[in-house]
Write a protein that binds this ligand. Sequence first.
Ligand code: ADP
Ligand code: MG
Length: 345
Amino acid sequence: MISLHGLTKEFPGGVRAVDALDLEIADGEFFALLGPSGCGKTTLLRTIAGLETPTSGRITIGSADVTALPPGRRDVAMVFQDYALFPHMDVTANIAYPLRIKKVPRAEREAKAAETAARLSLSELLARRPGQLSGGQQQRVALARAIACHPTVFLFDEPLSNLDARMRLEARTFLKRLQRELAVTTVFVTHDQSEALAMADRIAVMSAGRIMQVGTPSEVFQRPSSTFVASFIGSTPMNLLPGVVKDGALRVAGAVLPLPAGLAGGEEIVYGLRPEYMDLSASAREDAFAGRVSVVENLGTSFLVTLEVTEGSGEHLVQAVVPEDAEPAPGDAAWAVPRHPRALM
Ligand code: ADP
Ligand code: MG
């Protein structure tokens, strides 16, 4: 288990890359740190690894306070975004390197390297140098190097970001299976929300050095706690519309919607609904957003439809994902009908 208590890292010049973070990561968990570029993900990971000294706060791994321990004594293995392989060493020497640092005898570390390489389908490549490997192979060598010394924690900094789209999908499944098999607590940094949703047991969504929300993929997807999380998660952006509670109903962009429990009259809310939970109707209804089809985008097995919805003097854009047999035409009048679940902020 990893615990962070009030962890802060401030760089000279006053940048607070990590700002008073509290976080608990469970034993064996696959935990994703997700956030836009510059929000402090790498700094947080490097601080857990011991490569950065926190300005304040504490880090414990298991029952040990590791805040003041050097990286080599934390029993963590980090895989960097650029893999950081040694270009002049062959694959065996790269994988065995951390064991060499730990003064494991040569024969033993070479056997261990060969065994780990076999597990990652690298046996044919043991004598090659990193320059003679593809991106995906280099990535597996970096993984093998992390695995070979049986750490208690894996720290991954965007390990898939240098792979092309197809390789990235394959590597995602591979890495997930490997982590399950080894059952090692893993902190996985990514700016890619689909990667975090697909792989993680839980996700922390970060912004400007702080954690905005922690939850399972379905929690952060279905019940984002802020408009920041709502707009960051999801392959299509969430519809976010201003609304008000009036006369026992929720009034949002001209639609009159059933009132969720616990809301009192007069309250102003932000109504959030994913385009995937919006149906499109060709006939008028009160509990729908009335608009005109502006753009239809082909998503492969479905269409993303953008409606221009006019309400009084204001205009909103409302998006719905519709099945491939229900493609509307630009200019059509249409009603976007919300289905549950939806989020209120
Ligand atoms: P991410 O990995 O989420 O993209 P980083 O942790 O790399 O974010 O950076 C977080 C913030 O800290 C950024 O504003 C970045 O410019 C700053 N930063 C990172 N490393 C340093 C450093 N060594 N010195 C000064 N500022 C840094
Ligand atoms: Mg980074």
